[in-house]
Design a protein around this ligand. Structure first.
Ligand SMILES: [Zn+2]
Length: 274
């Protein structure tokens, strides 16, 4: 699933490519992916200029010149590509947003959980994004992070993944941050020491910054590609994710696999203890 670095990479590319353009037509074979409906969205956005491409948590936001905004969520398997109109179509292509420069945004989604949603006004958008936690690479302070962690009795990994508490951290970066801070993913959040919380805060920022710098993560069968269809390079910075049985880069102990809240989890059993 695309996490903060992947969505932010796509956002930057969108900002470069589509600002100043407008959406001239919408095609879909999966109407449920366009809310409230393809016809209503087209009617409301047609002719409006795209003023900015923004991101909040894992949401992409197209700010339009009028009252409305468009929100796009890639969810589990969504991909967003900038295409020439005569390009061949991917078997998982379900939505096309046609642009005023004759290029197209192709939204591919094997599992069809992704969506494009019309938001009526800036006030509605504010309400929507207010449900997400602070942004690690923007406004999440160490003090805030410490408050979130020490005030929770949940497992630390579940807490890191909770978008209402902290925005943008998904499974790959949670695994990497916990290994970096030498924290077991199933430890109760409130039991972490101040020093561990401080380490974990820095680790979360570090892995997300690395992810962003390397253009996101495309590891083994991950679907993530950027707006131009290119893979991300975070794989070269990964230390534990999908590395079961390989030596821990710090202490050479074999990396182990476990499931935490249904999500694949990778740890160094020697350094990450409950
Ligand atoms: Zn180790």
């Amino acid at each position: 699933m695309p996490e903060l670095p992947e969505v932010e990479t796509i956002r930057k590319q969108l900002q470069k490519e589509i600002v100043g353009l407008s959406i001239t037509d919408i095609w879909t074979d999966t109407p449920k992916m366009i809310r409230p409906s393809p016809a209503e969205v087209l009617k409301r956005v047609k002719g409006q200029k795209i003023a900015a491409a923004e991101r909040r948590a894992k949401l992409l936001i197209f700010r339009l010149s009028g009252e409305e905004n468009l929100v796009l969520h890639l969810r589990l398997s969504g991909q967003l590509f900038l295409h020439e109109p005569d390009d061949s179509r991917d078997p998982f292509l379900h939505v096309i947003l046609k642009l005023s420069n004759d290029k197209e945004l192709h939204f591919n989604d094997q599992r069809k959980f992704g969506y494009v949603s019309l938001v009526d006004s800036d006030a509605e958008l504010e309400k929507l994004v207010a449900g997400y936690g602070p942004e690690p690479l923007d406004d999440l302070t160490e003090e805030q992070f410490a408050g979130i962690v020490s005030g929770s009795n949940r497992r630390i990994k579940d807490l890191l993944l909770d978008q209402k508490k902290i925005s943008g951290v998904g499974n790959i970066y949670a695994n990497e941050a916990l290994w970096l801070a030498k924290v077991h993913p199933e430890v109760k959040a409130s039991s972490l020491s101040d020093l561990q919380i401080n380490d974990l805060y820095k680790s979360v920022l570090k892995v997300l910054e690395d992810g962003l710098r390397l253009g996101g993560a495309t590891i083994s069968d991950e679907k993530y590609r950027n707006l131009y269809g290119e893979r991300g390079n975070y794989e070269q910075a990964v230390r534990v994710y999908q590395r079961k049985g390989q030596p821990c880069p710090r202490c050479k102990t074999k990396i182990e696999y476990l499931k935490v809240g249904q999500r694949g989890t990778f740890i160094c059993p020697k350094e990450q203890k409950i």
